[in-house]
Design a protein around this ligand. Structure first.
Ligand SMILES: C[S@@+](CC[C@H](N)C(=O)[O-])C[C@H]1O[C@@H](n2cnc3c(N)ncnc32)[C@H](O)[C@@H]1O
Length: 196
């Protein structure tokens, strides 16, 4: 936990980043992101999902790739600036829905067989992460998959580290989640779980 940042980062933080640069993390152009996205999609054990929930979809680069593996996809984000670009990018994909939501304050009232949380857990306080974890457990069907991907280097603004996020989910295993797969690269970590 980061003592100088005990609270979840708020939508204004992200809107300011997107106002300054429409693609602040270079999702569209970076080789690192492209490799990570390929590893993320390759980690999905099933060829196709019924209903997918993507948390923090940003400008929709990963959303578009994920859409090819699911019959329906709900992608949420706190930033309308980012999501407007995602909507534009995915306009040829009618099975993808977008909502402005801030977890854990908001959470969809639906059941999913896949939840993806890629590069967003460390923006939450530990308390909010724990609330969101319970919401995810409630929304994930038995046998459903939960895929986590996070950058693991130090970031001074973030309430949690990537490792703290993944450890919080590993703490739910084996009672609530079965850990199916883990991979650690130089800059990021990926963990796949199945709902018991
Ligand atoms: C670094 S981007 C990750 C984008 C994408 N998931 C990926 O891996 O390429 C993080 C996104 O999460 C959004 N976000 C941050 N906190 C959030 C929250 N509490 N609920 C929903 N989205 C959030 C931000 O607005 C931002 O667009």
């Amino acid at each position: 936990m980061n003592p100088s940042q005990p609270h979840s980062l708020q939508p204004e933080y992200f809107d300011a980043l997107y106002q300054e640069d429409p693609d602040p993390w270079k999702f569209e152009t970076s080789d690192y992101e492209a490799e990570k996205y390929a590893a993320t999609i390759a980690a999905l054990p099933k060829p196709r999902y019924r209903s997918t929930f993507e948390i923090g979809g940003s400008i929709g680069v990963l959303t578009e790739k994920l859409a090819a593996r699911t019959d329906s996809l709900l992608s949420i984000d706190v930033s309308k600036i980012a999501q407007d670009r995602a909507i534009q990018r995915c306009q040829h994909l009618p099975h993808v829905q977008f909502e402005i939501m801030q977890i854990p304050r908001d959470f969809p009232d639906a059941q999913f067989d896949l939840i993806l949380i890629s590069e967003v857990g460390y923006y939450l306080s530990l308390e909010d992460l724990k609330t969101a974890q319970q919401q995810m457990l409630n929304a994930l069907e038995p046998g459903g998959h939960l895929l986590l991907v996070h950058w693991i280097l130090y970031a001074k603004d973030y309430p949690l580290s990537g490792d703290e996020v993944h450890e919080a989910f590993l703490d739910l295993s084996p009672t609530h989640l079965k850990h199916l797969f883990g991979k650690r690269e130089e800059q990021y970590r990926l963990d796949l779980f199945e709902r018991c």
